[in-house]
Ligand binder design. Structure first.
Ligand SMILES: Cc1ncc(COP(=O)(O)O)c(C=O)c1O
Length: 417
């Protein structure tokens, strides 16, 4: 590719570089566009992470409104200054109690919870006399927030050496074991999604924990897509494996998916919570979770407790969506949570397929690099507990059209929504 840097009054034009990059993404089918949802849209939603269908629930809206009235619309400061209210404490107790954890620490997003957990735990695990002596083992399919946490943790700071990072092949326990066995570092942190966000497959959490225990490592699992969906009443994968109370297991969750709100949390022993309060930069230097979001999450958790069948309903609906796609001849995953993916060979094909679904009244996710490995692409369908037979029939028609009509556009014009 040729880069044209035009000169603007004798100096380089930085925006020309940006435009050239944008044109290159356009040609590769990698443009991304923001599409505003409108109230009352008739589109069938198979794209959101609203797994339990609570997003429009008036009980959550009421809880958010009364939290705003009681505590204000924002938390007014970092959690360490003015950003912790009694509502935050109540939410943390409720989350820990539900998940069988000793404690919880709430963040303003799941992304920031992961950043804090990886960086602060890696730094704290390292021996004080040898701050670079920590190995992080990260699954190749991990979410960007874990990846970014790993990248930050490997940087050398004022305190000394950063961690060493090994990225292991997806769900490869042998590779994890090899990395642990051959390490020269004294400490190790294993990091993995529990349900992988695009493909929707499960991590071998019990196997990872057994390896962590055997090799004196700490295991961090991100239950963003399993909390509220997988396991007894939606308590997640670690809980269903009987590991909820283990001292060498830390969980992160988001409040933005099954709980239909906003925010994140780290679940673990009090030592973990104290480490993050003292050293988690994305907690210390970020405004605390907004009270309405805390109130809505508490209400959603209450609904989940009262309706323990909702998570299973979401999974069953997702299995049916995948079965429909497979029956139509598409290459669909076998879901064990509420995410199903349909693999497509090319980003432009995925964009065209997403548009085809939209013309049939169905909104689906379209994942292209860097959300998936280079050159791959897929549609991502999410199930919701509230989907009906009519919804499934609509989905079936849209997927049949994908099979019949999606072709790579002749020109480069695969425009992302
Ligand atoms: C696996 C995973 N972890 C973390 C996050 C970040 O959570 P949040 O959206 O609350 O920042 C997401 C999704 O957005 C995710 O899919």
């Amino acid at each position: 590719m040729t880069w044209h840097y035009s000169r603007m009054e004798g100096s380089y034009d930085p925006l020309a570089a940006l435009r050239a990059r944008t044109d290159a993404r356009e040609a590769a089918g990698l443009r991304r566009r923001l599409v505003a949802r409108r109230p009352g849209s008739a589109m069938l939603d198979l794209a959101s992470n609203d797994y339990l269908g609570l997003s429009g629930d008036p009980r959550l809206a009421d809880a958010a409104a009364s939290a705003a009235r009681a505590w204000g619309t924002g938390s007014t400061g970092s959690r360490l200054v003015t950003g912790t209210t009694a509502l935050h404490e109540e939410l943390e107790e409720a989350l820990a109690d539900f998940a069988g954890a000793a404690s919880a620490l709430v963040f303003s997003s799941g992304y920031l919870a992961n950043l804090a957990a990886v960086t602060a735990l890696a730094a704290a695990l390292a021996p004080p006399d040898d701050p670079g002596s920590v190995l992080i083992i990260s699954d190749a399919g991990n979410h960007a927030s874990l990846i970014d946490g790993c990248r930050l943790a490997t940087r050398r700071g004022r305190g000394g050496g950063g961690a060493r990072l090994v990225v292991t092949a997806h769900n490869d326990l042998t590779a994890v074991e090899y990395a642990l066995m051959t390490r020269t570092e004294r400490a190790a942190l294993i990091v993995s999604d529990a349900v992988f966000s695009v493909a929707g497959d499960l991590a071998p959490v019990a196997g990872l924990h057994a390896l962590a225990r055997e090799h004196g490592a700490l295991l961090l699992v991100d239950e963003a897509h399993s909390f509220g969906v997988v396991g007894e009443g939606g308590r997640g994968i670690a809980h269903s494996a009987g590991l909820a109370a283990q001292p060498d297991l830390v969980r992160t969750i988001t409040l933005s998916k099954s709980l239909s709100g906003q925010g994140g949390a780290v679940l673990g022993r009090p030592e973990v919570r104290e480490t993050l309060i003292d050293t988690g930069r994305s907690m210390i230097f970020d405004t605390g979770l907004a009270p309405p979001a805390a109130g809505a999450a508490l209400a959603a958790l209450g609904i989940l407790r009262e309706n323990p069948e909702l998570p299973q309903q979401a999974i069953q609906v997702t299995k049916r969506l995948a079965a429909i796609a497979t029956h139509l001849g598409l290459c669909a995953s076998e879901p064990t949570a509420a995410v199903a993916s349909v693999v497509l060979a090319d980003p432009r094909l995925a964009v065209a397929a997403q548009r085809t679904c939209a013309t049939h009244g169905v909104s689906v996710g379209c994942f292209r690099p860097p959300s998936v490995p280079e050159s791959g692409a897929c549609l991502r369908l999410t199930g919701r507990a509230s989907l009906t037979e009519i919804d499934l029939a609509t989905a079936s028609r849209a997927l049949a059209a994908v099979r019949d009509h999606s072709r790579i556009p002749e020109k480069s014009g695969g425009r992302a929504p």
